[in-house]
Design a protein around this ligand. Structure first.
Ligand code: XIL
Length: 314
């Protein structure tokens, strides 16, 4: 046994967690687990557009700076999340009525400011988040509607300019297995690479349901690796219909093991990040009615069967 981060370090693997800055500040048990168990970190909310640029040209770095300081103090690889996304986007952007030229400028200013501020300190950026619908069609958003699909290549080029050392990713949910949506990413990634667009990796969020872990996850990861891309599991959680029974917690542990094994079996799958640490702070109950208990530590901050499954996989 041993802490997850030490086991991961020994294998050259990253085991990360999404960290809420308020919890880091106000809950020392949370902060202690974050520091002790994880060698990588993602800001759960504090680097999103609404947090850092709530109105045009007005930046609030308080949460993002706190997060970066914590990660630096604890020697954690940072996944910057996220530069361009339709959600948690202030209405001055989504309802700004900008034409294409001005919106591209707004996007560039944002990317320059955020990726530029932390240049050299962020290992990976989720440059664009959640661009496709489940059927593989483009998701409507102010970016797609105004700029067309070229906004993705533009955002990647802008991010490369702002932080030349970061690895640049596209990130989404329900692309963990092979399906129409992950096919859309596959086709887009291939075409971006063919055009010389700076794309380094694909982030598979892996917000999963207990008992429904895609059986073709390893094959899916491998096909992106075969394109010459890295892959990361970026937001793993496995939600259970509440109340969770002991056997469901054991099944969940199997699910975590399956995901860990799928990633670790592919050289270019660099790491797994869990979307939170303790069940009680998870986003799941707020968004998925009746579901909960998706993480590695229970409400008493004790490791669950899922924790030991991750430990064994490492
Ligand atoms: C979630 C956070 O966990 C919540 O605190 C917030 O209210 C909403 O966003 N996909 C993503 C993440 O890329 O940024 C989302 O995080 C979860 C889904």
């Amino acid at each position: 046994d041993g802490e997850l981060r030490d086991l991961a370090d020994a294998r050259g693997f990253e085991i990360g967690a999404a960290l809420g800055v308020d919890h880091l500040a106000n809950d020392s048990r949370f902060a202690d687990l974050a520091a002790a168990e994880f060698n990588a970190a993602t800001a759960e909310n504090s680097m999103k557009w609404d947090a850092v640029q709530p109105s045009r040209g007005q930046f609030d770095w308080s949460g993002a700076d706190d997060f970066m300081a914590f990660a630096r103090a604890n020697d954690q690889a940072v996944r910057g999340h996220t530069l361009v996304w339709h959600s948690q986007l202030p209405s001055w952007v989504s309802n700004g009525g900008f034409g294409a030229g001005e919106l591209r400028g707004v996007m560039e200013d944002h990317i320059d400011a955020v990726a530029g501020r932390y240049a050299g300190q962020v290992a990976y950026w989720d440059v664009v988040n959640e661009m496709f619908n489940e059927d593989g069609s483009w998701r409507q958003s102010v970016f797609y509607d105004t700029l067309g699909e070229s906004y993705v290549a533009d955002a990647l080029r802008m991010a490369a300019e702002a932080d030349p050392n970061a690895e640049l990713y596209l990130n989404d949910y329900n692309i963990d297995g092979i399906n129409a949506k992950s096919d859309a990413y596959y086709d887009l990634a291939r075409s971006l690479l063919n055009q010389g667009v700076p794309l380094d990796g694909i982030g598979m969020q892996a917000h999963l349901i207990n008992g429904q872990i895609p059986s073709d996850m390893q094959r899916n990861i491998q096909r992106f690796a075969d394109l010459g891309l890295d892959v990361a599991i970026t937001e793993l959680d496995i939600r259970i219909q509440m109340p969770a029974s002991q056997s469901e917690l054991e099944q969940q542990a199997q699910g975590y093991r399956t995901v860990m094994d799928a990633c670790m079996a592919v050289d270019r799958c660099i790491g797994v990040t869990v979307w939170g640490i303790v069940d009680q702070y998870s986003w799941v109950p707020d968004v998925f009615d009746g579901y909960g208990a998706p993480l590695l530590f229970n409400d008493s901050y004790q490791p669950k069967p899922a924790y030991y499954a991750v430990q064994e996989a490492l």
